[in-house]
Design a protein around this ligand. Structure first.
Ligand code: ZN
Length: 323
């Protein structure tokens, strides 16, 4: 059945007169392919396609019938139906910047995955990065693909819950997470507006919502840089991705580490940040003596003795405390 669906998908694509970037060679190795990840991967090389469907003459026996058509394969060189984000952005993205044409002449236009109020934005949360934009919905609301493309991943994950990831011709991948029901499978060709599943509250989610991500070569980008959520449309038909923007606004883990080190904190063996003893700490807005004691693995009493203050002393922003 799956074989048939994939063949049908390919027939569908070839009839849509797509560009050469759709060609794919599934037995190509992607850089950094490790044995563990490889063992988990679905072997898609066994599917054989109709040679006519891939542009060969009728009866041409030399045609490579194991060819596949994957969107943006020239960019990605792999098609993993199991791992959500198997790419290494820093190895794959060599340019200083790239202009991404979001919709092409043969594409349907952009469609909002779901129209609803935003409940959480791209950025650092208390303990972890939040790589998507959360859109409020009711369980059972339909979630649609935002661009034309092909479903790469359609399965449950621990954090994402039921999740669909679509690869697009424009080079982007979009992620739709916490679905109550997945209505597509890997290899399905979708148009902008095609239903992918029903919204829900699965995975690491508190209350029904859609967690929506836009990624390029695995690097999550802020969807608000692409989409005007008020208007429900793209801000522009092109998007320029600069390496500097990745470093300064999209690489949330690196930014968090930099922020902590700017605060004078170092990372402990358990991964938590703390202020090392023997240093001086500058009081920030919102700091309390208790919070500083926690961050520096010491006690309020010890801080009071070292700094000749009382537990009730009001701290000033910019004040220096010996740790
Ligand atoms: Zn989210």
């Amino acid at each position: 059945m799956k074989k048939l669906i994939i063949i049908l998908s390919i027939l569908c694509i070839s009839s849509a007169n797509v560009s050469a970037s759709f060609y794919a060679f599934p037995d190509e190795k992607k850089p950094g392919d490790d044995k563990k990840a490889k063992a988990k991967r679905e072997d898609t090389t066994k599917f054989v396609v109709d040679p006519v469907a891939i542009g060969a003459e009728e009866g041409d026996e030399s045609a490579d019938t194991t060819q596949f058509f994957f969107p943006s394969h020239d960019l990605y060189t792999s098609w993993d139906t199991d791992v959500a984000h198997p790419y290494k952005f820093n190895e794959a993205f060599k340019e200083d910047s790239v202009v991404i044409e979001l919709t092409g002449p043969t594409d349907n236009c952009f469609v909002m995955p779901f129209r609803g109020p935003l409940t959480s934005l791209f950025g650092w949360r208390k303990y972890r990065p939040h790589y998507g934009t959360d859109i409020n919905l009711e369980t059972g609301d339909t979630v649609v693909s935002s661009f034309d493309g092909m479903v790469r991943v359609a399965k449950p994950f621990h954090g994402y819950g039921n999740c669909v990831i679509v690869r697009h011709k424009n080079g982007l991948e979009t992620v739709y997470a916490h679905l109550s029901k997945i209505l597509v499978q890997s290899g399905d060709v979708v148009a902008a507006g095609s239903i992918l599943g029903l919204g829900g509250n699965t995975g690491r989610s508190y209350g029904s919502h859609l967690h929506f991500e836009i990624r390029y070569l695995g690097q999550a980008l802020d969807t608000q840089d692409f989409i005007d959520y008020e208007k429900g449309d793209l801000k522009s038909s092109t998007f320029t991705l600069r390496k500097a923007d990745v470093e300064n606004k999209y690489d949330l883990r690196a930014l968090h580490t930099r922020y902590k080190s700017d605060m004078g904190m170092v990372r402990g063996k358990n991964g938590k940040y703390y202020i090392p003893k023997g240093t001086t700490y500058r009081v920030k807005n919102g700091d309390t003596l208790g919070a500083i004691a926690r961050k520096s693995k010491t006690t309020i009493k010890s801080l009071c003795i070292k700094n000749h203050i009382r537990p009730t002393t009001t701290l000033r922003i910019g004040q220096r405390l010996k740790i």
